[in-house]
Write a protein that binds this ligand. Sequence first.
Ligand SMILES: Cc1ncc(COP(=O)(O)O)c(C=O)c1O
Length: 377
Amino acid sequence: MNENGLNEKEVLSLLNKAKSNDLQYNHVLSSMCTYPHEIAVKAHVKFIESNMGDFGLFQGTYNMEQEIIKMLGNMLHCSTVNGYLTTGGTESNIQAIRSMRNSHIVNDPNIVVPESAHFSFDKIADILNIKVKKADIDDELKVCLDSVESLIDDNTVGLVGIAGSTEFGQVDPISDLSKIAVDNNLFLHIDAAFGGFVLPFLPKSEQFDFSLTGVSSLAIDPHKMGLSTIPSGVLLFRDMEDLIHLKADTPYLTIDTQYTLTGTRSGATVAATYAVMKHLGNEGYRKIVSRSMHLTDYFVKSVKEIGIYPVIDPIMNVIALDVPEPAKLRSKLSKEYNWQVSIAQKPAALRIVMMPHMDFETIDLFVGDLQKALDEI
Ligand SMILES: Cc1ncc(COP(=O)(O)O)c(C=O)c1O
């Protein structure tokens, strides 16, 4: 740090310089985040000092958090829902598994997750000292139920299903997983970090939420398709008892207990999430999802015209393309054509996420460059 501070103009000039080195989302087809809705940004700034780690001081923000939980409970079919705003899917997944582990004490605990699970489950294995068993994936890239059942043993404390896998946007057979969870008396956590704000707004989708009796908890991220500000995730539990497994005493605060992983916690993202959900309503999200799906369909049609096909027909706005040498192609598209795409691992594919910041013209430009890049490798 300098001995003497810079004036505001000098600091802003440093910020502008830093910003100019950030990519704008318009050439980003790899991210599950996007520009937050304007009203979310306004609300975020308005509540910038609010600390939900000591929400006794910020009762107004706390009331908004409770209403978000209620609105999501309604959307995801659970009248008894409890939960809180996390920093995103990773924290929600960590806390859900921590609750499973704490409610089902065994010597050497394990969980069964689909092989397609997000890498946050590898972090969970390390942080919680729990074995993460990975069940096989079928040709449609959904978890194989036989594989899940074969991995359950006396030390299994819970199961995980994915509603919107990171790499393929696929939805596991959650209703079957729910039956397996009920039959084996196991906790079932649904990772709907991405799909949670997509599936309820599609014209038709499989059941994936608390309408299935075996589903105990669910992760959903407002900072992805919810158009809130980063970092906004939500962890929801069907039963208060499962939240209580996360309880810590907080002797010096205005509140007696916390159920959260972090201590100090942003109230700004609570305000942002509340504002955007109130502003858009179901109708607004339906429009956003519908536009993203139109872009997805248009993209798939355009790549098929140049002889490229998706690995599976997209369920949501995530597309994995079957291309030769995906890693090399990704690097070429980034270095020579200024496009950010990502890759899926198994099967190897070029992964595209069609977020609301995309448009039809940009898709045309991208597909043109994709064709050139393919000719060159
Ligand atoms: C299905 C799924 N779960 C969890 C996460 C982790 O979310 P975050 O990066 O917000 O912690 C992601 C991120 O893309 C995801 O796609």
